[in-house]
Write a protein that binds this ligand. Structure first.
Ligand code: NAP
Length: 248
C-alpha cells in the first residue's frame, strides 16, 4: 500500500525509550514497520516497552547516558541505522539564584552532552546510513518560550536546538537529515510525580488554545514524519507540537 510515512525496512534507535515520549516513539515506530533499538537506564521499564513493540527483531540496550562508556556500548551494539531519536531527558526546577554546578552538570550531561556525543559517534562510526534521519526532543521551553524556575532545563534544550541546526548543515553532505520536535506539556511521568497538584495542572491546561496537554503518541507521530521519507527535503527544522500555546 502506498504510504510515504511508512518506516518499513528502517532501523531506528530511540533513547529514553523506557518511559513517556520515548516509549510511545518506539512503539509507534514499530507499528509503522520499523525495527527499533531501545535504550534506557531502567531494565524493568525497558522490558515493558519491549513487550509492547510490534513485529520482531527489536533490540534493547540498558545504558545510563550519564556514563561516557555507555556511548561506546551503544555504538558497539547497534546495527547500521536509518534513524535515531535522541529523546532521553531530565528536568530540574531551580530559580536562577539557586542554580548550582551539580544540578547544571547533571541536566546538561543527559539533555545536551550525551545526545551530542552519541550523534558524533554514530556518524563517525558510520552507523547512520546515507539518507538517514536524526531527531532530537527539544521543548517549547528554551526554544520558543520560558517557564519560571526552568533556566537549566531551558539552557539544555536551547543548546540542543543550536546543535541540531549546525549538525543539519554539517551532515547534509552525507545526506543525513537532522531535525527536532518541541513539545509543550505532555502527559508523562513528569506530571504524575505529584510535584504539581491536580488543580494546578487543570489551571495550566486552560492556557492552551486546544485546552489540554498533549499525549506522548502525538509527539511520536511528528517524530515518525521526520524519520520517514515523507520529510526527505526537511533538515534543520524544529517542529512545534504545543496545542497552540506559543501563539499567545
Ligand atoms: N513531558 C513533557 O511535558 C515534555 C515536554 C517537552 C519536552 N520533553 C522532553 O521529552 C523527553 C522525554 O521526556 P518524558 O516526558 O517522556 O519523560 P520521562 O517519562 O521521564 O522519560 C525520560 C526518559 O529518559 C530516560 N533517561 C533519563 N535519564 C537518563 C540517563 N541518565 N540515561 C539514559 N536514559 C535516561 C529515562 O530512562 P529511565 O526510565 O531508565 O529513567 C526515560 O526513558 C525529554 O527529553 C524531555 O525533556 C518532555
Amino acid at each position: 500500500m502506498y504510504n510515504p510515512f511508512s518506516l518499513e525496512g528502517k532501523t531506528i534507535l530511540v533513547t529514553g525509550a523506557s518511559s513517556g515520549i520515548g516509549r510511545a516513539a518506539a512503539i509507534e515506530c514499530s507499528k509503522m514497520g520499523a525495527t527499533v533499538v531501545i535504550t534506557g537506564r531502567n531494565k524493568e521499564r525497558l522490558d515493558e516497552t519491549y513487550l509492547q513493540l510490534h513485529g520482531e527483531g527489536h533490540i534493547q540496550l540498558v545504558a545510563d547516558l550519564k556514563e561516557e562508556e555507555s556511548i561506546s556500548y551503544i555504538i558497539d551494539n547497534v546495527p547500521v541505522l536509518d534513524g535515531c531519536v535522541n529523546n532521553a531527558g531530565i528536568t530540574v526546577t531551580l530559580p536562577t539564584s539557586f542554580i548550582n554546578k551539580d544540578a547544571l552538570n547533571n541536566v546538561l550531561q543527559v539533555n545536551t552532552i550525551s545526545p551530542i556525543l552519541l550523534t558524533q559517534s554514530l556518524v563517525k562510526n558510520k552507523k547512520i546510513k546515507n539518507g538517514g534521519s536524526i531527531v532530537f526532543t527539544c521543548s517549547t521551553s528554551g526554544v520558543y518560550n520560558a517557564v519560571v524556575g526552568n533556566a537549566i532545563y531551558s539552557a539544555s534544550k536551547g543548546a540542543i536546538n543550536g546543535f541540531m541546526k549546525n549538525a543539519a548543515l554539517d551532515l547534509a553532505a552525507k545526506n543525513i537529515r537532522v531535525n527536532a520536535v518541541s513539545p509543550g506539556m505532555i502527559h508523562t511521568n513528569i506530571l504524575e510525580s505529584g510535584i504539581i497538584s491536580e488543580e494546578q495542572l487543570k489551571e495550566d491546561m486552560k492556557k492552551y488554545p486546544l485546552k489540554r496537554y498533549g499525549e506522548p503518541e502525538e509527539v511520536a507521530y511528528a517524530m515518525i514524519y521526520l524519520l520517514s521519507d515523507a520529510s526527505k527535503w526537511i533538515t534543520g527544522s524544529n517542529l512545534l507540537i504545543d496545542g497552540g500555546l506559543t501563539l499567545l
